[in-house]
Design a protein around this ligand. Structure first.
Ligand code: GLN
Length: 446
C-alpha cells in the first residue's frame, strides 16, 4: 500500500518525467477516520482551499479558491492526506491529457504513451505510486478511460450520487466526481466517503448509499452483453475484444448467466454526447472573462474586444472549437436540428439501457476500444479522439454508474480495462462484480 512517505518519494523521483501534478502541496486531514493517513491526489478542477486551481487552463491562472469542494471536505474529515492537484485536459475536454495548457502527462506504464484523459494526471499519479488513490471527474469517460489506460480501477458514480459543489463545471448534466485506485476495493473505500447527499448541490440525490456485499461466486447474476459494445462494435482492437470474451468466460465459470442484449442507439452516442456536452460547455465557460484572474488582453479598443481578445488568448484551440460548436448547436434556427435532436437521441439511449435492465443486472463492455496510444498520435485529428469515447458516453448520457476494471495486458503489455455498467444508484453491484473480475485477472499493477 502506498504510504505518504512513499508517495512523496515517488513524486520527487518520477514526476518530472511523468507530469502528473500541476501543484504539489501536502494537506493533512483529521487524524483518524476510514482513510487515515492515506495519500490522495485531486484533479485540478476540484477546489482545495488555499491551493491554486487551473482546470488545466490559462484562463484560471492565479485563481485560488477560498473553500474546499464538498468531496475534499469529506476526504479530509475521513483522515486522508492530500498530496497535490493533478493535470487534466483543459476543462476536462479531451481523452489523453495532452490538451492541458501546461504540459502533457505521460503513462507511467509506458512513458511513450498517453495516460488517457481527461483525468490522466489522477490516473498517472496512482499508477506511479505517487498517491494511494485519486479523485477524477467524468463527463463522458474521463475517470474510466484513464483508469483503463493506467491499469487501475475507476468509478463514475450515478449522476447526482456525488456532490459537484466546488467542481469546475464542464457539462453540468453529465459531470460526476469519482475515485481511481489500484483495486476495486480501494475505489469502494473512497467512494463510500465521498458519496451521498449534499445540500450545496441541488442536483445531488438524496438516496441511501448501500454498503457493498463482496462476493466470490456470481451464481444467478445476469450479465448483459450488447453486440453493439463488443462483437458488432466498429474499430475494436482484436486483443481487447478477445480479452472481453476471456472475462465473460471467467464470469460464467463463477456462475453468472450471460444475456445477449441490444443497445441499438449506440452508434449515435458520440454525436449526441458531443452536442450536449459542447452546448452546456458553451454556457458554463461564458463566465471566464480574463479580468480578475487569467490573462487580460492588452490595449483592447472596447469592452467587447477586451472579453473576446482575453478569451481568444487564454483558451486553448480544443476549448474554443467546443465553444463554437456548442454555441452553434444552441443558436436560433439551429437549436431544433442540433441541440434538441441530440436531447431526443439521449433519451433513446437511456431507454435502450432501461430496456436492458428488464433482462440483466449489469452490462459488460470494453472501457476503451483500443489500448493507450503513443503521445501525439491523435492530437491533429479531434474526431478520431472523440470516437475513442464510443463505450463510455452512453452510460454518461443515461446517468448510469460505470466502473472500469483492469483485466490484464495485451500482446504489447499495454493495460486493458473492462467497463461494468449498473442500474441507477446500484454502484454496489458493479463494485462487487468488479472485484471478482479484477481478482480473476490480477496483474502487476494490482
Ligand atoms: N473525452 C470526452 C470529452 O472530451 C470526455 C471527457 C470527460 O469525461 N471529461 O468530452
Amino acid at each position: 500500500m502506498t504510504t505518504l512517505a512513499a508517495a512523496e518519494a515517488q513524486i520527487a523521483a518520477r514526476d518530472a518525467e511523468i507530469g502528473a501534478f500541476l501543484h504539489v502541496e501536502t494537506l493533512r486531514g483529521s487524524t483518524d477516520g476510514p482513510l487515515a493517513g492515506l495519500p490522495i491526489a485531486v484533479k485540478d478542477n476540484i477546489a482545495v482551499a488555499g491551493q491554486p486551481m487551473t482546470a488545466g487552463s490559462r484562463i484560471l491562472r492565479g485563481y485560488v479558491p477560498v473553500r474546499h469542494a464538498t468531496v475534499v471536505d469529506r476526504l479530509l474529515a475521513a483522515g486522508a492526506v492530500l498530496v497535490g492537484k493533478t493535470n487534466l485536459d483543459e476543462f476536462g475536454m479531451g481523452s489523453s491529457t495532452e490538451l492541458s495548457a501546461f504540459k502533457p502527462t505521460r503513462n507511467p506504464l509506458d512513458v511513450t504513451r498517453v495516460p488517457g484523459g481527461s483525468s490522466g494526471g489522477s490516473a498517472a499519479a496512482v499508477a506511479a505510486g505517487m498517491a494511494w488513490a485519486s479523485l477524477g471527474t467524468d463527463t463522458g469517460g474521463s475517470i474510466r478511460q484513464p483508469a483503463a489506460f493506467c491499469g487501475l480501477a475507476g468509478l463514475k458514480p450515478t449522476y447526482g450520487r456525488v456532490s459537484r459543489s466546488g467542481v469546475v463545471a464542464y457539462a453540468s448534466s453529465l459531470d460526476q466526481v469519482g475515485p481511481l485506485a489500484k483495486t476495486v476495493r480501494e475505489v469502494a473505500q473512497v467512494y463510500a466517503v465521498i458519496a451521498g447527499h449534499d445540500p450545496h448541490d441541488s442536483t445531488s440525490a438524496d438516496q441511501p448509499v448501500s454498503a457493498v456485499a463482496w462476493r466470490d461466486d456470481l451464481a444467478g447474476l445476469r450479465i448483459g452483453v450488447a453486440r453493439e459494445h463488443l462483437d458488432a462494435a466498429e474499430g475494436l482492437d482484436p486483443d481487447v475484444q478477445a480479452r472481453m470474451h476471456d472475462v465473460l468466460r471467467a464470469l460464467q465459470d463463477r456462475g453468472a448467466i450471460l444475456v445477449p442484449v441490444s443497445l441499438p442507439h449506440t452508434r449515435h452516442g458520440i454525436a449526441a454526447y458531443y452536442l450536449v456536452a459542447t452546448a452546456e460547455a458553451s454556457a458554463n465557460l461564458s463566465r471566464y472573462d480574463g479580468l480578475r484572474y487569467g490573462q487580460r488582453a492588452e490595449n483592447p479598443q472596447t469592452l467587447e474586444a477586451l472579453y473576446t481578445q482575453s478569451r481568444a488568448q487564454s483558451l486553448g484551440q480544443e476549448v474554443q472549437r467546443r465553444i463554437l460548436l456548442g454555441t452553434f448547436a444552441l443558436s436560433a434556427g439551429y437549436q431544433d436540428a442540433f441541440y434538441q435532436k441530440a436531447c431526443r437521441v439521449r433519451r433513446k439511449i437511456a431507454d435502450d439501457f432501461h430496456a436492458a435492465w428488464q433482462t440483466c443486472d449489469l452490462l459488460l463492455s470494453p472501457t476503451s476500444p483500443v489500448p493507450p496510444w503513443p503521445l501525439g498520435q491523435m492530437t491533429d485529428d479531434p474526431l478520431a479522439m472523440y470516437l475513442m469515447d464510443a463505450f463510455t458516453v452512453g452510460p454518461s448520457l443515461a446517468g448510469l454508474p460505470a466502473l472500469s476494471v483492469p483485466v490484464g495486458v495485451d500482446r504489447q503489455q499495454l493495460p486493458i480495462g473492462a467497463q461494468l455498467v449498473g442500474r441507477p444508484f446500484d454502484e454496489a453491484t458493479i463494485l462487487a462484480v468488479g472485484d471478482v473480475v479484477q481478482r480473476a485477472f490480477a496483474t502487476g499493477a494490482a
